[in-house]
Every structure is written in structure tokens, then in C-alpha cells.
Design a protein around this ligand. Structure first.
Ligand SMILES: Cc1cc2nc3c(=O)[nH]c(=O)nc-3n(C[C@H](O)[C@H](O)[C@H](O)COP(=O)(O)OP(=O)(O)OC[C@H]3O[C@@H](n4cnc5c(N)ncnc54)[C@H](O)[C@@H]3O)c2cc1C
Length: 406
């Protein structure tokens, strides 16, 4: 069967793009292909699925703010839990982040700047510094922040796409692109572009347009055919600990009121699920972590050396805990500005480079990617704002560096 458009990769970006493309162009015959057994089973399912509108660049803020508004309307369908987000800084980090912090508007962005005493009233934390662990000097509390289900969101978009008549093929891995004409030695007058894609089990699927939303796998496949996606994969890991007494963290605060936390040491972050006696812990390590799609394999040394000492310093009352879960995935990075990339070459479009914040931006990125394929220059976002599609391209990129990256 031939299609008008094939979308490869049914993570949260691919599923969102598929839905928005069908919504904007209902007669288009669209196929969404996924190598795993169901949509969302790639890095979308491995993420912490926290959402926030705390960003310094206009682009990231716009993408997240509009997407969050859409997710809030979905509510329990995607397990929206608006617990808030507390990003903590030492005095020195705060001075260094002055420019980024000045881009936040307390009222519009629904953020509050907190001092150590305010922070101590939100949870049972040690705000003093010692050795390599800086003091807690300031915090940005984001009210328009929380957690959701990444998998639930991908399933939401996939379901809507199917309702509109889209086709999904799971367990189908694309292992090659078949270019029009002479493949690698085009004459200038040849019609260049992609004719079809091949599956691992030897089938060929044809379409007029192709969208690649393969996240961390994008460069690995497209690079083989002369495309530089502007994105690279990097491993990230998460560890789930079971805590015997969650009030050792929450103090006097209700368990479901403790926000997501970014601690001032080494990019350690906490997703609290205290009502289920759990905390998910991550660490944004960088140097030494290769840009590679290998594995990903989790390593407990990373947890023991990087995360445990930080948790022990800031939560000295946390006594009885046990490591229960660990897993690894990949970020798809765009360097240097860390905003998503949505670009096209001939009839090939790709969307990736979400740099660890793809779930919270997926609605807007899906709308912009669909608009790009439909040759609409300015995409309409859910909250009524607009974005020039070319702003996220590589050729005509028009975005600032994003400073709030974890
Ligand atoms: C540890 C960790 C924590 C994170 N925490 C957060 C967070 O708190 N908040 C947030 O917003 N983001 C977070 N992220 C980032 C978030 O997971 C990603 O930005 C988001 O999932 C990207 O979606 P995607 O659709 O681009 O990628 P994916 O979900 O990876 O989708 C790509 C899909 O393409 C499929 N695919 C790949 N190659 C092929 C092929 N050859 N043929 C067919 N299918 C193929 C894959 O199976 C996959 O399903 C985190 C990521 C990690 C790893």
C-alpha cells in the first residue's frame, strides 16, 4: 500500500505529529511506523515525564507553555499531577543564572522566587552547604509544573490519530531509505528525494512525504544517507528508591504536595512519588558520557557515586531506603541551543533534538512539524500563540540558547 505521508517513530513526538497532520489535513493518507510493540515505548516511556514552563529562551517557553495548557485539558487521561517544580540554586549559581532568571515573569509564568526559609517550609531539607555540596540559597518555584504520563500522552495522540483514520504499524523497524534515481551519485538535474523505506523484514513502503521522529535514533539512520540532523544521542539514567518513611522528606507537608526538585549539587533531580513511598532520582552528567546510541545500560556506580551522596547531604533525616528500580534511556540533544530541531531536505522532514524536555513540548512540536510538511509558514499553537516554523530549522534557525536544561 502507498501512503501520502509515512512517519517513522511513534514516540510522543511522532504520535503528536501524526495526530496534528491528520487533524489539519483529514484526507491525507498517513502511516505511523514504530519498531516497538506500541507507541511511546522508546525514550518516552523511559523519561521522568516531569513538565515545566521554566525556560529562559522564548522558543522553549512558548513550546512548553502551550503544550502544558493542552495537557491540563486532558487532565487524568494523561495523569496530570500539578505538584510544582522547585529549582534550587546556591548563591554562586544564582549570580551566574541572573540573565536566565530575569527572563521569567512572576505573574505570566506563575513562578515565585524563594529563599532558604521558604524552601524549608516546603520540605524537610538541609539548606546548609558542606564540602562539595553548596548551600541552598534560592529557589524558583514553578506553579505551572508537575508530572504526567509520557506513555499516556503518546497513547492519547495515537488514539486520536486512529480515530481520524490514520494507520499505525507497530513492531516494524525501518532499516533503510531508498532514494529516487541513482541513490548516491545524483546529477544536478536529477529529481533527488526519498522514494520509499525498507523494513527489517524486507518490505518496501512508498510515500510522497516522509517524517522521521525517531528521537535519539535519528542521526544513526539519517546520517547514513547524507543527512546531518543537528542532533545526537546521550545516555541518561533514572533510579527508583523505596523510602520507609516518606515524612523524613516531606516533614509536615502533605505527601502529595512535595514538588519535583532540582538540587544545587551536580544537576541531581528528584521526582517525588511519596504517597507510594517512592522517589525517582536522576543526575544530569555530561563530560565522560559519550554521544552514542549504544546500549543504553544503567550503571549502579553512577547512582552510588553521583546521586547517593547528594541525597544524603540534603536529606540527612532520610534513613531507610532501598534501590528498587533502575533504567537508562537517551536524550536527543541539539547543540548548542538545546531547542528542538524541525528541518526538511527534499521530501524528508525530521523532528528531534528535544534535549530532555520533549514530553513537555510535544504538543507544540507536533503542530509545528505538521505545519512544516503542509508548507504552512506560521504554526498555530494550542494556547493561541504562533510560531514561525523556520525558527526551529537548522538553515534559518532563530532561537536563543536555553539555559534551564537538566
Ligand atoms: C532518563 C530520561 C529522563 C527524561 N525526563 C524527562 C522529563 O522529565 N520531561 C520531559 O519532557 N522529557 C524528559 N526526557 C526526554 C523525553 O523522554 C524525550 O524528549 C521524548 O521522549 C522524546 O520523544 P521522541 O518521540 O522524540 O522520542 P522517542 O520516545 O524515543 O520516540 C522515538 C521512537 O522511534 C522509534 N524508532 C527508532 N528507530 C526506529 C526505526 N528504525 N524504525 C521504527 N521506529 C524507530 C523508537 O522505538 C521510539 O519509539 C527524559 C529522557 C530520559 C532518557
Amino acid at each position: 500500500m502507498d501512503f501520502d505521508t509515512i512517519i517513522v517513530g511513534a514516540g510522543v513526538l511522532g504520535a503528536s505529529t501524526a495526530y496534528h497532520l491528520k487533524r489539519l489535513d483529514p484526507d491525507r493518507n498517513v502511516l505511523l511506523v514504530e519498531k516497538e510493540k506500541r507507541p511511546g515505548a522508546g525514550n518516552t516511556s523511559r523519561s521522568a515525564a516531569l513538565y515545566r514552563n521554566i525556560f529562559s529562551s522564548v522558543a522553549s517557553k512558548k513550546l512548553a507553555t502551550s503544550s502544558i495548557k493542552y495537557y491540563l485539558e486532558l487532565g487524568s487521561e494523561v495523569q496530570m499531577d500539578p505538584i510544582g517544580y522547585l529549582w534550587m540554586f546556591s548563591e554562586r549559581q544564582w549570580k551566574g543564572s541572573k540573565r536566565a532568571v530575569s527572563t521569567l515573569d512572576n505573574e505570566i509564568d506563575e513562578v515565585e522566587i524563594l529563599g532558604p526559609a521558604d524552601i524549608s517550609s516546603l520540605l524537610n531539607i538541609n539548606t546548609e552547604g558542606k564540602g562539595p555540596f553548596p548551600e541552598v540559597g534560592y529557589g524558583i518555584f514553578g506553579h505551572l509544573c508537575g508530572s504526567l504520563s509520557g506513555m499516556g500522552l503518546a497513547q492519547h495522540y495515537a488514539g486520536r490519530f486512529l480515530e481520524l483514520g490514520g494507520v499505525i504499524r507497530n513492531s516494524t523497524e525501518i532499516d533503510g531509505l531508498i532514494l529516487k534515481g541513482a541513490s548516491s551519485s545524483f546529477s544536478p538535474w536529477d529529481e533527488a528525494g526519498l522514494k520509499s523505506i525498507s523494513t527489517r523484514d524486507g518490505k518496501e513502503i512508498k510515500a510522497k512525504d516522509f517524517i522521521f521522529t525517531m528521537g535519539a535514533w535519528s542521526q544513526d539512520l539519517l546520517g547514513r544517507y547524507g543527512i546531518f540532523t543537528g542532533t545526537l544521542p546521550k545516555k541518561r539514567q533514572l533510579f527508583g528508591i523505596k523510602v520507609e518513611d516518606p515524612y523524613q522528606i516531606a516533614g509536615d507537608v502533605d505527601l502529595d504536595k512535595v514538588p519535583a526538585l532540582i538540587l544545587p549539587a551536580g544537576g541531581t533531580y528528584v521526582k517525588p512519588i511519596l504517597h507510594r513511598n517512592m522517589m525517582i532520582l536522576g543526575l544530569a552528567d555530561d563530560l565522560g558520557q559519550p554521544y552514542s546510541i549504544e546500549g543504553p545500560y544503567h550503571d549502579e556506580e553512577h547512582f552510588n557515586r553521583g546521586i547517593v551522596p547528594v541525597i544524603e547531604h540534603y536529606f540527612p533525616d532520610l534513613k531507610d531506603w532501598e534501590l528498587k528500580m533502575k533504567w537508562a534511556g537517551h536524550y536527543s540533544y541539539h547543540w548548542p541551543d538545546k531547542n528542538p530541531v524541525i528541518e526538511s531536505v527534499q521530501n524528508i522532514t525530521w523532528a528531534a533534538g528535544t534535549s530532555g524536555s520533549g514530553i513537555m513540548k510535544a504538543d507544540a512540536v507536533g503542530r509545528i512539524t505538521a505545519s512544516k510538511v503542509l508548507k504552512i509558514k506560521t504554526a498555530d499553537l494550542f494556547n493561541g500563540s504562533k510560531m514561525h516554523v523556520s525558527d526551529l530549522s537548522l538553515k534559518d534557525r532563530n532561537v536563543e540558547n536555553e539555559s534551564f536544561v537538566i
